[in-house]
Design a protein around this ligand. Structure first.
Ligand code: FE2
Length: 328
């Protein structure tokens, strides 16, 4: 059973194909972000221009024809409205033309599920970190099987904090890896540290780092290092609390910011010190991609998830905890 998935929630246009839980294609094109950041309509235009080509590339990579595909999935949200619309329209068109089932996929769940699939981890405690989101989640069976949010950011995602700092410092995109490079060898300066139970906030930290940057009192290296260390320590502390609460046997890290080696190191140290396994997917699957959307669509399809045309919309704020998990 080959299932295709289309992802276009932000600057990446991805098309992946999965077959019996195995990724057999993962094609993508990325909109190049300039110093102005992402202009939604321009990114959506880029996706609209390239979507046919990337679908063709994915089919070629898998050695399949469009008529070999049994079902199709697309990212319903969360994400940027005009960008999300491109995958939705493309998927709806293909589903109608080939008379195959169509599945709306939650982007955060897709990041979590691909990591679970790669490491055969069935029930982990997950830290999902990206530009727009930072959440601690785990499966919960009450009142129905879903991903429960145990902790999350009260304001901006940790990726957004890093991007905003990088823009203030006039660094070049891609910002996360650029800030990490700048921070190498830095010395620690005290920064605002804000964890409430298993929730956290990042704007105070960003404001402080930006003020220090413009005051000229410290080097950009020390500021970037201290901001990053503080943010990642906050996430690790909240994850440690969640681990004690849930007693899960696995910890996973996923989403765009999961590509940070330093965050991986902190979480691995914390998890392993409690005898817990730690897993993080290769960068290819923590960056946005179509393969993870295909994988979840395949799980939805195989589990007999009901077809509901009315649910095949887009939702910029599509909450992970609003999704009923039918496939575990
Ligand atoms: Fe993502």
């Amino acid at each position: 059973m080959a299932v295709i998935g289309i992802e276009s929630s932000a600057h990446t246009l991805g098309v992946g194909i999965s077959e019996h839980g195995r990724i057999i294609a993962n094609a993508k094109e990325m909109y190049k972000i300039g110093s102005a950041g992402m202009i939604p309509m321009k990114v959506a235009d880029f996706h609209a221009t390239n979507v046919r080509t990337v679908i063709r590339e994915a089919l070629g990579e898998a050695g399949l024809k469009a008529s070999d595909i049994e079902a199709i999935g697309y990212t319903k949200g969360p994400g940027i409205g005009p960008c999300l619309r491109i995958a939705q329209v493309a998927a709806k068109t293909i589903a109608a033309e080939h008379r195959i089932p169509l599945y709306p996929v939650n982007h955060a769940i897709a990041h979590i599920e691909i990591t679970k699939q790669l490491f055969n981890s069935r029930d982990p405690l997950t830290l999902y970190v990206s530009g727009g989101n930072s959440q601690i989640v785990a499966l919960d069976a009450t009142p129905y099987l879903h991903y429960k949010v145990l902790g999350e950011t009260f304001d901006i995602g940790v990726g957004n904090m890093i991007d905003n700092f990088a823009r203030e410092a006039k660094l070049t995109p891609a910002w996360g890896s650029t800030v990490a490079k700048v921070a190498e060898g830095g010395r620690y300066i005290d920064m605002p540290y804000s964890v409430k139970g298993m929730d956290f906030t990042f704007t105070g930290l960003l404001t402080n780092a930006s003020k220090l940057l413009h005051s000229g009192s410290h080097s950009i290296r020390d500021i970037a290092y201290s901001m990053q260390e503080t943010a990642f320590a906050m996430l690790t502390e909240a994850m440690e609390r969640a681990l004690f609460l849930t007693m899960k046997k696995d910890v996973t890290l996923c989403g765009g910011v999961a590509q940070s080696r330093r965050l991986q190191e902190m979480l691995r140290t914390m998890a392993e010190s409690h005898g817990t396994r730690f897993f993080v997917a290769p960068n290819e699957y923590n960056a946005d991609n179509g393969a993870m959307i295909a994988l979840v669509a395949e799980k939805m399809h195989a589990s007999g998830s009901k077809q509901n045309a009315a649910a095949c919309t887009i939702d910029q704020k599509y909450r992970i905890d609003s999704v009923r998990v039918t496939w575990q």
